[in-house]
Design a protein around this ligand. Structure first.
Ligand SMILES: C[S@@+](CC[C@H](N)C(=O)[O-])C[C@H]1O[C@@H](n2cnc3c(N)ncnc32)[C@H](O)[C@@H]1O
Length: 250
């Protein structure tokens, strides 16, 4: 699963333009971020830099994008070179990354579900905490733990999923993106409790799931009927947490 994005690169950019992503996930991230004026933001699993660029353009004073895939970072850096915003990028695995700084906000849009074990998940959350100033916020998008897989209706929204290990307690999922140049990824559909536990152990508090809604622009543009099936079984979930710091053992 680790290097699956090496061959995806630029193809991923097409996903963000689909109405089913632009008016749900993107709107949710923007809403969770709030006012970014002067904030220092670490964008983990930045991929081709979609959110890194959006965050910088929305007023953040400094943005560092980090991704384990060299080819995704190449796409992000090419865009930075073509239209410079001052966003910096690094190649690193979040499970083993160093401390890059003490950021106000860490974004991790579609990252934590790539952890293959609870140890990986805990290592990622620990490293996220190490990169936040006390009181700093983690903002994530994750697969909805309650999402029902293998329903062909989702093809209308340009994706399809299936469980690779039926009968086991934690689902491993394959998702096919049905865009102009199709591609597939695999991930773990962790229960909410796994994220909560890993974040708590890493010193996070106020861990809150944020349901994904359709923006008013999405409702106006596409009409309520377009969203009916999506909202019955949302693929994504937001999650916010605040880093309090690790308590010293006495
Ligand atoms: C679905 S893409 C999301 C990219 C970006 N956040 C966005 O929404 O446009 C997931 C990204 O996570 C990266 N990734 C997966 N596991 C990672 C890890 N352990 N450390 C760093 N990046 C990782 C992949 O290389 C890929 O670029």
């Amino acid at each position: 699963m680790d290097d699956q994005y090496e061959t995806i690169g630029a193809k991923y950019k097409a996903v963000k333009l689909k109405p089913s992503v632009a008016y749900t996930e993107v709107a949710a991230v923007v809403g969770m971020l709030g006012d970014l004026d002067g904030e220092r933001v670490l964008d983990l699993a930045c991929g081709a830099g979609f959110y890194s660029r959006l965050i910088r353009q929305s007023g953040a004073s400094y943005v560092l994008g980090v991704d384990m895939s060299r080819s995704m970072i190449d796409v992000a850096e090419a865009e930075e070179a073509a239209q410079p915003l001052g966003v910096e990028y690094r190649v690193a695995d979040v499970a083993t990354m160093p401390q890059f700084g003490a950021f106000d906000i860490v974004t991790a849009v579609w990252l934590l579900h790539y952890a293959q074990t609870t140890e990986d998940l805990q290592a990622m959350c620990r490293n996220i905490g190490r990169n936040l100033a006390p009181g700093g916020r983690l903002i994530t998008i994750l697969p909805n733990p309650d999402f029902v897989n293998a329903l062909s209706e989702t093809e209308f929204y340009n994706f399809r999923t299936r469980v690779l290990n039926p009968g086991e307690s934690i689902a491993r999922v394959r998702m096919d993106f049905l865009v102009e140049e199709p591609f597939s990824i695999e991930y773990v559909q962790w229960p909410l409790s796994a994220y909560e536990e890993a974040l708590r152990l890493a010193g996070f508090v106020a861990i809150e799931p944020v349901p994904i809604r359709v923006s008013s622009q999405g409702l106006d543009k596409m009409g309520a009927e377009y969203w009916r099936i999506y909202l019955d079984n949302p693929i994504a979930m937001g999650l916010i947490a605040t880093f309090e710091g690790l308590q010293q053992a006495s």
